[in-house]
Design a protein around this ligand. Structure first.
Ligand SMILES: [Zn+2]
Length: 255
């Protein structure tokens, strides 16, 4: 039986995610921005929380962990303490580790840059990538703790995943990301297609997530910092990809 994935809004623009294994009834929450919407989603489905998989230490990703752990007695997986300490973590996971959610397997990729501790979870069997604040649709996270080469390298790790994998990210930032990306690549046909789709979805008050990684590779300018046309558009012809990526990130910060 295929895993079931549910997505819902937490706080203002965070996504909450549940992934459920029908065979074992195990259910994991990917991060826990706040407890109430996670509990509501569980009750709606009749599922019990068995695991929380934390991506990084920011409050809008771990704010609900303590309450959920107390209510369900679930196991909590989190990254090593590479920046701030995360409370309530039972198991520390790093690059190459495999985490179990019932019969489902999640491969851990270390994707530092946004924070030093940031990890992403790849469910190969479900073709699902939970990238939190490393990779957004048509965008990427701000680089708070790492540096640009580090973040670019993390994005390359995610870009190496197959095109038919779905991206589940940490925030609904797609419309603003599209606006910025179009300022750099106004003639990117795939980006324009995505822009139309995003306008339609937002007008209907629907999430823009999930999205296919293959589409992101074609339309997300932050995954395209090594495209000569992107460097040319920034007047950085011949510059290395990490420098082009850094310039993109700086411009987005100011946009
Ligand atoms: Zn964050």
């Amino acid at each position: 039986m295929a895993a079931e994935i549910r997505l819902f809004t937490c706080l203002t623009d965070n996504f909450g995610y549940l992934i459920h294994d029908p065979a074992t009834k195990a259910t994991a929450s990917i991060d826990a921005p706040e407890a109430a919407p996670v509990i509501k989603a569980l009750e709606r489905e009749g599922w019990t929380l068995t695991d929380i998989l934390i991506t990084h230490h920011h409050g809008d990703h771990v704010g609900g962990v303590a309450e959920l752990k107390q209510k369900y007695g679930c196991g909590v997986v989190g990254p090593h303490d590479k920046s701030a300490k995360i409370a309530d973590v039972d198991l520390r996971a790093g690059q190459g580790d495999v985490v179990k959610v019932g019969g489902l397997l999640a491969r851990v990729l270390e994707t530092p840059g946004h924070t030093l501790d940031h990890i992403s979870y790849v469910f190969d069997g479900e073709k699902a990538l939970f990238a939190a604040d490393t990779l957004f649709s048509i965008g990427c996270g701000r680089v708070f703790e790492g540096n640009y080469p580090m973040m670019w390298n993390s994005l390359l790790k995610l870009r190496a995943l197959p095109d038919d994998f779905k991206l589940y990210c940490g925030h609904e930032y797609t419309a603003a990301n599209v606006k910025f990306a179009l300022s750099v690549e106004p003639d990117n046909a795939d980006l324009r297609t995505r822009a139309e789709q995003v306008t339609r979805l937002r007008a209907e008050n629907k999430p823009t997530i999930p999205t296919l990684l293959g589409e992101e590779k074609k339309a997300n300018v932050f995954l395209r910092a090594d495209e000569p046309s992107v460097a040319a558009s920034l007047r950085m012809k011949g510059a290395d990809a990490a420098a082009v990526f850094g310039e993109l990130r700086e411009r987005k910060n100011k946009s």
